[in-house]
Design a protein around this ligand. Sequence first.
Ligand SMILES: [Cu+2]
Length: 150
Amino acid sequence: MRKFIVPMSLVLAMSAQFVQADECSLDLNSNDAMRFDQKAITVKSSCKEFTLNLIHTGKLPKNVMGHNWVLTKTEDARPVASDALKAGIENEYLKKDDARVIAATKIIGGGETASVTFPVSKLKAGEAYTFFCSYPGHIALMQGTLTLAP
Ligand SMILES: [Cu+2]
């Protein structure tokens, strides 16, 4: 009987998560080939907060193939990424207190996950946003767009 109860509550918890995933959160995979699995993210303006769950499906450690998820206005993405180089891995490859960064996760390695939640009020309709990985050199392949949609 006990064996039955545990899986049932697990199933319920998982279905609740799927409902939320459709609305105001997203799972984004990253890998050892230096890629995100999605190029465009849409955030609904009806969401109060948005949660990005970054998953590293690879095996390489974070000092070799580290990934994070950083969100800025598109015009800020390159400058933020070049300042991130100087910040080093001890600062999660981001300049400290960088006001241009709207949201960011820590750097993770293979098999790890990291999440960030930010208020959707930080986004404006019609503004172009870019998400990227600030690990040195990764922005070349690891970037995409984020837009606020009605
Ligand atoms: Cu990366």
